[in-house]
Design a binder for this molecule. Sequence first.
Ligand code: ZN
Length: 286
Amino acid sequence: MPMKTDRLRRFTLEHHGIRGSLVRLPETWRRIREPGAYAPAVARILGHAVVAAALIGKNLKFDGRLTLQLQGSGPLHLLVVQCTHDLGIRGLAKCRDTQLVEFGGLVQPGRMTVTVEAGAKQERYQSIIPVEQGSLAECLGAYYRNSVQIPTAFWLDVDDRHASGLMLQRLPGSPAGNPSDWDVVTERAGESMPASLAEQTDEDVLSRVFDGQLLRVFKPHEVAFRCSCSDDGMRRMLQLLGADELHEIIAEQGRIAVRCEFCNRGYTIAENEIPGLVHGGATTLH
Ligand SMILES: [Zn+2]
């Protein structure tokens, strides 16, 4: 079967104790943008977060899910991207009307939260850092430096058709990995990174950025848009409103219609279904 367009490829720099990933997500990015009708500056930040979530999510060592979130009192007051260990991604952003286009102006003052839900018990690990940098890539670099304490660098490249990115990370405890090596490799990578990752093949990007270095490149992994919304999940959310409020909505609107903001899937419920819903009965949403 031919390889899908959306894929992530890992590699290691054998002599430097550094690993990396290169990801391309044109189709996933198209699906995530579709329901939102985002302004270009907002779409750019959301696209960066989608690429970053794939790059970080692939490092999950167990079944689980990574959530990357920006929250604050700037115009872009909420952004959520989720990536599962097997690279299913969804995301959305909410922005008040604004003319601002810079990352700082849109997001600050705000905070970035990285949450990992792991294993069958869904144990949660969460880090929260203030957003003080001028881009999401720099913000993530600060998160890895301060919270994870593993030097990590991101290059995120997004336009209205493509979302691509490259991450480098020093392997913890690797004998070959010394701090000066890291600085030299990342500086050189930054200087030779093509302006657009989307226009070059994986091989071209890697040979250009890591010219003359011994690279071990692994088989690509597929990445896909995937939303975890479901009848059950939507039913649980509606149950929280309670019978009175549900009847009130029915009286006003004739039915309850809910739309998943991640994937735009619609769920509706009629009045005669409310008792079953409120009492946890086997109501079916259509
Ligand atoms: Zn959904």
